[in-house]
Design a protein around this ligand. Sequence first.
Ligand code: NAD
Ligand code: MG
Length: 385
Amino acid sequence: MSTRKRLLILGSTGSIGRQAIDVCRRSEELELVGLSAERSWEALVEQARAHGVGRIAIADEHAAARAAETWTDGQVLAGAEGLVRLVLESGADLVLNALVGSAGLAPTVATLGEGIDLALANKESLVVGGELVSALAEATGARIVPVDSEHTALHQLIAGQPPGAVQRLTITASGGPFRGRSREELGEVTVSEALAHPTWAMGGKITIDSATLMNKGLELMEAHHLFGTPYERIDVVVHPQSLVHGLVQLADGAMLAHLGPPDMRIAISYALHGGESVQLPIAALDLAAVAELTFEAVDLDAFPCLRLAGQAAREGGTAPCVLNAANEIAVHAFLAGRLRFLEISAVIDSTLSELGSEPVRSFDSLYEADRQARALAGRAVAALC
Ligand code: NAD
Ligand code: MG
């Protein structure tokens, strides 16, 4: 019998998903048992064939039907329920959630509910699910290991310290393509300018989140939930080179930093190998060639999304869920050319003010807040068009 870890990758056709398959292909320790995509069924079937995977799930029912006609070597599950069934039926030891957006919440809940360890790239499910997701992991004993360069860095730094030794956490932000611009200079920026990230190649949604700095707001909440650190002890600093990913401050004033090339396979491999460092074909940093590491404060006037995220985080309840849903609608509209760059934060702001924050009693109250916020943000987008 195989002693390899049985791995399920949700969102395997995306940026993280494809890099995870690359990590898996090089590893003796991992066996792929399931894959999923939203609608790109041809790419998914090709991945399943190439890696001898027996089960796939496709969110789009029509695309799932096409896949089932073409690929008869395994099982094709369909729809949002199909994704959850994939988690429940694959017999996985580890699930990598690399979906984008709050669509990742149900599979995160299914994974943790089954007591299966979760490698979490889908930060949105932790932002939205917050305390409920953390409590579920605690109740079933499942571990959540981050797949996000900053949080992987912090995870590794914290693991080397005795409990209570770490006083503050710092996550770095590249600043995105518009770093250094004033609010006035951001009025007419285009979609292709916003998609031209200076240091990372990623999926469309997170690339826009990096341009608005909403990504750092989501990461602030991600760090809070992963490490149980209060918000007043988590800092964000802009670091344009994206080589220092995270830092921890100790009681004596020393700071430990985690450096590495901007290649997500490092974070993916760390999570998939249980925090172990294994060989990857990535050139080490040449610090003399790098020459300079610089840091600067965030301009919250030009990038209000980070301020809005900080407010929603401190407010708690359904506010982070509402913020996330409004952001997803606004980013989608921006990518479709229906909203200007600065209007992204305006849509989020108005949705948050209108819906406020309600206490979270169950996952159902989160799904309902997500639905309401999407509807309201959609109307705000339509009003601005
Ligand atoms: P992506 O858009 O490239 O890929 C998303 C994947 O999820 C695709 O396989 C897509 O088919 C699937 N998907 C999308 N919507 C879905 C839905 N509604 N139902 C089912 N499947 C769906 O995204 P990405 O850049 O790989 O990012 C994935 C997650 O990882 C995001 O939460 C992102 O914030 C996080 N992350 C990404 C990076 C990166 O370098 N790309 C770095 C850190 C964190
Ligand atoms: Mg990150």
